[in-house]
Design a protein around this ligand. Structure first.
Ligand code: SF4
Ligand code: SF4
Length: 138
């Protein structure tokens, strides 16, 4: 079963083939492809390094300045709480998308993502998140 940190729920909804390096992008593409190929599959929600982080060049143990895992984990926990989820529990990816559609406002999204380089570069936006939710992330 896949593990997914809280904020990666919407990162996976918005992924469009861009990443930190080719290894990471390929690995994330594989995870996202798996999810989009079977939206009913189970995902364990966590607030720590997950399957997407596994190939990331910015992990604290590889590049301490770029991913402040402790701060990111706080963001994950805020999102887990917002969506009414429990850390360590399993949910279908479908259900997670439905909760994002139901509970994430533009203000919440901007507050969570406003400083991320994928937001400031225009790759991610609230409008794209809404569209991804409407089409069931396909
Ligand atoms: S802006 Fe960053 S944190 Fe937000 S969904 Fe995009 S990649 Fe993820
Ligand atoms: S930047 Fe941090 S949270 Fe994001 S994928 Fe890399 S290790 Fe994971």
């Amino acid at each position: 079963m896949l593990t997914m940190r809280g904020h990666h729920i919407w990162c996976t909804m918005l992924f469009e083939g861009k990443g930190y390096d080719s290894g990471f992008t390929s690995s994330m593409g594989s995870v996202v492809g798996q999810l989009r190929g079977d939206l009913s599959q189970g995902v364990r929600i966590i607030a720590d390094y997950d399957d997407i982080c596994s190939r990331c060049p910015n992990r604290c143990d590889k590049s301490p300045d770029l991913c402040e895992n402790r701060r990111v984990a706080e963001k994950d926990r805020e999102i887990i709480k917002l969506l009414g989820l429990s850390e360590g529990e399993e949910y279908s990816y479908n259900r997670l998308i439905s909760l994002v559609k139901e509970k994430v406002t533009e203000e919440i999204f901007t507050s969570s993502c406003g400083n991320c380089l994928w937001y400031t570069s225009g790759v991610c936006s609230y409008d794209k998140l809404v569209r991804a939710g409407e089409r069931g992330n396909r």
